[in-house]
Design a protein around this ligand. Structure first.
Ligand code: NDP
Length: 310
């Protein structure tokens, strides 16, 4: 059984930043990156809103730099997925890839969130060929074309207004006759002339051929079925926090996001901290994730110091 002082799960901005801080505090952190090193950000191309990069920075490059920075201070960064967690007592017992067993004195959960899809077979078929869950990542490919965005929350409205700046026309497919989004966001949508809102509509099928998406078949609440022609189909129906593995012990909200205490990253389990999108349904930015990763490492360090002095 391997013994680790500070185990970080998740290879995104939150996890890497936690590793930078934890390694500089001599916590000898070990970080598991999982299946998607770099996290959600790597599905993006250029990051233009991360401070310090006047002309923007390639998302993969930003993640590689964060990883290398953590390694420079001695962080042990490994590829592997946590398959089991027992947080019933400290040290916590973690299993990686079904076989490697670890005892961790502190745990930082930075497993992020995953975009939700509708679950239609046609949507899966055209994923990466016209179907996308990230307008800022893929919008560029649909310049001057027609696209559709599903959802009526802040994400969908933000995606639609972003795409409206690039595309010829944006349809919003909204399943009710109202938006869930904030007033300000709704007003931005209403004020954008090339967005057409299709209220009370659900997606029946994503249509396409060997070259990718060509349209969407919709069904209105009154039963009417009709098609729209689009080249891109964007999901904006929310995200799913990757917290299931820890949920038997760690408190989560009604949407599955880990609850942290006040401005700290402390969970309800002493010695377990959560950082990044897995505990943040609201801001979900690389910079906010990185900042909470920093706080998690500082919280873990203080926790270990307190335990030593007890
Ligand atoms: P939300 O859960 O707020 O909204 C999801 C939207 O998708 C709803 O309109 C919902 O419809 C719709 N939806 C869900 N499932 C389906 C489905 N199967 N078929 C069709 N439509 C579906 O998620 P968001 O990602 O928009 O927002 C999450 C959080 O992040 C919120 O707190 C939001 O305020 C915040 N956020 C803030 C931003 C900002 O301030 N700049 C930007 C983005 C997000 P229905 O309403 O009928 O349930």
């Amino acid at each position: 059984m391997e013994k680790i002082r500070c185990l970080i799960i998740g290879g995104g901005p939150a996890g890497y930043t936690a590793a930078v801080y934890a390694s500089r505090s001599s916590l000898a952190p070990v970080l598991y990156e999982g299946m998607e090193p770099g996290g959600q950000l790597t599905t993006t191309t250029v990051v233009e809103n991360y401070p310090g990069f006047k002309d923007g920075v390639d998302a993969n490059e930003l993640m590689n730099q964060m990883r290398a920075q953590a390694q420079r201070f001695g962080a042990d960064i490994r590829r592997g997925s946590v398959t089991k967690a027992d947080l019933s007592q400290r040290p916590f017992r973690i299993t990686v890839d079904g076989e490697h067993e670890i005892e961790a004195e502190t745990l930082i959960i930075a497993t992020g969130a995953t975009a939700k899809y509708l679950g239609l077979p046609s949507e899966t078929r055209f994923r990466g060929a016209g179907v996308s869950a990230c307008a800022t990542c893929d919008g560029f490919f649909y310049r001057r074309k027609d696209v559709a965005v599903v959802g009526g929350g802040d994400s969908a409205c933000e995606e639609a207004t972003y795409l409206a700046g690039l595309c010829n026309k944006v349809y919003m497919i909204v399943r009710r006759d109202v938006f869930r989004a904030s007033k300000a966001m709704q007003e931005r949508v209403f004020a954008t002339p090339n967005i057409e809102i299709l209220w009370n509509c659900n997606t029946q099928e994503v249509l396409g051929d060997e070259n990718g998406v060509t349209g969407v078949r919709l069904i209105r609440k009154n039963g009417e079925v009709f098609d729209i022609k689009v080249d891109g189909f964007f999901l904006g129906i929310g995200h799913h926090p990757n917290a299931e593995l820890f949920a038997p012990w760690v408190q989560t909200d009604e949407n599955g996001y880990i609850i942290t205490e006040g401005k700290t990253t402390k969970t309800n389990v002493e010695g377990v901290f959560a950082a990044g999108d897995v505990q943040d349904p609201k801001y979900r930015q690389a910079i906010t994730a990185a900042a909470s990763g920093c706080r998690a490492a500082l919280d873990a360090e203080r926790f270990l110091l307190e335990k030593m002095n007890q």
